[in-house]
Design a protein around this ligand. Sequence first.
Ligand SMILES: [Zn+2]
Length: 197
Amino acid sequence: MFLGRYHFILNLFETNLIKIIFYRNLFHNVIGFGTKDFIPHTSWSLLSKLLFKHFINRLPLKDALRILLNEESNLGTHTDIFVYYARSGANAWSLVRYTWAQSFSRPFTIHKPLQCPGCGRMPGSITYNCKKSPDQSSVVVHFKCGAKTCDWQQQKFASKAIIDMKDHRSIMDKVGKAWAANNGQWCFEEMKPVTSF
Ligand SMILES: [Zn+2]
């Protein structure tokens, strides 16, 4: 979807569109949503407010987005947000992933399965614990089904490059602390932009 001349919002799985955007160099910012089953209407609240703040109030897109994400924990439960910011000079694009953490449903930004993949039990059956990886490069989240008759378990990793947007500290600093409870916490991660296909 086009937003004015220089903004573009898309599903990141539409790679043909991404090619057009980068090769023609027409856009200042590109916003994408990083879930396969993206439901567009979940993003309208954020996008409509973002357009107002950026085009009417003239706030830089990055500043506007960071202010507004605090009101969008519902969107955070559904999808990550990827923003390509255009720069001038040698590094033409930077890429930032905005991702949401919540101690019950997305510990350290990792999706906890809604149902146990092993036995199909409903939410509440899966517990988890967290620790730092031996090389200190990531947080290891270990999920486990609490049912005695089920041995499903899974380990996932969240990079230390993921930063809490409120205090600008790495999620590594949050291990062992009460963090991202209630409405959760938005985080961001600077990523390497992919501009060739
Ligand atoms: Zn189970």
